[in-house]
Write a protein that binds this ligand. Structure first.
Ligand code: CU
Length: 119
């Protein structure tokens, strides 16, 4: 009986750990929520595990106008870091959303945003 309870706890712990590995250790450059004087040269996505990035979309909003663009991906191979060179559209709010597959085929989606104040 005790053994079954401990096993259930262990499995729950493993599932929680897997979810955290996908969700919380990812980082981006620029950082989510950043405000920049000018558009960066590149954006960078860092994953907790090698991931196949399926698509990255850029949304730009400035002065009531909205644009979206699908970015060209340099590779379909699993990577821990992906560097992209979007065609930035000057000042405004940028939001990048991505879809990727983890090593176990687990689909991950996420997004990050930053604002360019200058130009
Ligand atoms: Cu997974």
């Amino acid at each position: 009986m005790m053994k079954q309870v401990m096993m259930a706890g262990l499995i729950a712990g493993l599932l929680t750990g897997a979810a955290r590995a996908h969700g919380e250790t990812r980082m981006t450059t620029p950082a989510d929520g950043a405000t920049l004087d000018s558009a960066p040269e590149t954006i960078e996505l860092r994953f907790a595990e090698p991931s196949r990035v399926l698509n990255v979309q850029m949304a730009h909003r400035a002065g009531g106008a909205n644009h979206t663009a699908k970015l060209d991906l340099p590779t379909r191979a699993p990577v821990e870091t992906l560097v992209l060179e979007p065609d930035f559209m000057g000042a405004g709010a940028y939001r990048f959303s991505y879809r990727a597959l983890g090593t176990d085929g687990h689909v991950m989606t996420g997004s990050f945003s930053f604002t360019v104040s200058g130009e």
